[in-house]
Structures are given as C-alpha cells and as structure tokens.
Design a protein around this ligand. Structure first.
Ligand code: MN
Length: 215
C-alpha cells in the first residue's frame, strides 16, 4: 500500500543505522538495551523470550541450514535473503524463513532503541528524523496501524523506501522481508503474537500504540 510521501522524512535509507551484517556462522545480535528498558510498554519477560528464544532460534536454524554448504559461508544475511534463489533448492525454504527471521528481528529490536530507558542513541532511530507537523505523524501512524492490524496471522508492518525513493507502508507475511521486494526498510513492527501476547493478550491495537510510542 502506498503511503503518500511528504516533507516530513528528511533522511535517506542509507543514513539509518542498519542491522549488523556478518556471515556464517551467524551469532545472535545482543539486545541493544536492557531487557526491561522498554517497560512498561513492552515487558521484560516478553523481551527475554522474544530475543533469547524466538530470535536466537532463527539464528541457530539458519546456521544449521548452511552448515553443509561452505560455498555460501561468506554470504551476508542480506545476500542470502536477496539471492536466495541461487541456493540449492534443498535449503532455499529453510534459509529464506530463518534468514528473514534474523533480519526482521534485528530490525525490529533496533527500531525501539530510541524508546529504551537510558538510550544514548535517540538520534539514530527513524522516529527522531520524522519532522513535525504532528498531523502528518498522526497520518503516518494511522496508515501503519491500519496495515499492522490487517496482517492476517503472523507477519510485520513496515515503513519502507521503494526503488523510486518514495516512502510506503507495506505488510509482509511470516518472515518475508521487504528486501526481496526491492524495498529498503526503515521501520517495522513485529505482529506475531509472541511479540505481545504476554502483556497485551490478543489486543494488537494496544500493542501497536505502545510500540509506536517507543519509536
Ligand atoms: Mn518475533
């Protein structure tokens, strides 16, 4: 879904802090803030489970899928995602799902950095670079929220920059990423239930509002 671009975003995608890239064997990115740094918006137990269990499992499964394929051990996470069709068919699905899971979670965790207590990196997040007027912020929030609530099952809602440099709001299913659509992600919200169920139960709308206040 197209989100009308306006003067309120002043930076290009390349200016935004990117998730770390590396190659096999991938190691879990440490959470860039304390587990309770997003309280009370997002609870520490959810962050523990989300980072240490869900995210780390994607890292481990990605390594397992690549283990016997040394030819691809120097590929970055982004290369594995974007050029997944060049991989042996026997591991394409596993790599796609798990590399996407790693990328999406790193992007999601880093996106909340500016909302963390004691964050020294407020200026590195997208939100800090969205210029007022507040009416446009509200319009953007409404558009992103509409998309986030419309994700059926598990997935993500994203603010992206497309190949023409225009801002757009999209959704992806499961662990699909905007990279395979040729888009540069700027911000995402994980709407898998594991991201919010402990605190918000099935209330994705309240979870969205709490998340938005962090970014
Ligand atoms: Mn998740």
């Amino acid at each position: 879904m197209e989100f009308h671009d306006g003067p309120y975003v002043e930076r290009h995608a390349s200016d935004i802090a990117q998730p770390q890239t590396s190659h096999y064997p991938f190691t879990p990115m440490p959470l860039p803030y304390a587990y309770d740094a997003l309280e009370p918006k997002i609870d520490a137990l959810t962050m523990h489970l989300h980072h240490d269990k869900h995210y780390t499992t994607y890292v481990n499964n990605l390594n397992a899928a690549l283990k016997d394929h040394p030819k691809f051990h120097n590929w970055t996470l982004e290369q594995l995602i974007i050029h997944g069709k060049r991989l042996p068919t026997s591991i394409q699905t596993a790599v796609s799902r798990n590399a996407g899971g790693v990328f999406n979670h790193q992007f999601f965790f880093e996106g909340m950095l500016g909302g963390a207590h004691n964050s020294h990196l407020h200026n590195s997040t997208v939100g800090a670079h969205i210029i007022r007027p507040s009416a446009l912020i509200q319009q953007f929030k409404d558009e992103l929220k509409k998309n986030a609530l419309a994700v059926f099952g598990s997935g993500y809602a994203w603010l992206c920059q497309n190949h023409r440099g225009e801002m757009c709001v999209i959704t992806t299913a499961n662990q699909d990423t905007p990279l395979t659509l040729g888009m540069q992600p700027l911000l995402c919200i994980d709407v898998w239930e594991h991201a919010y169920y402990l605190k918000h139960y099935n209330n994705r709308s309240d979870y969205f509002d709490d998340w938005f206040s962090l970014v």
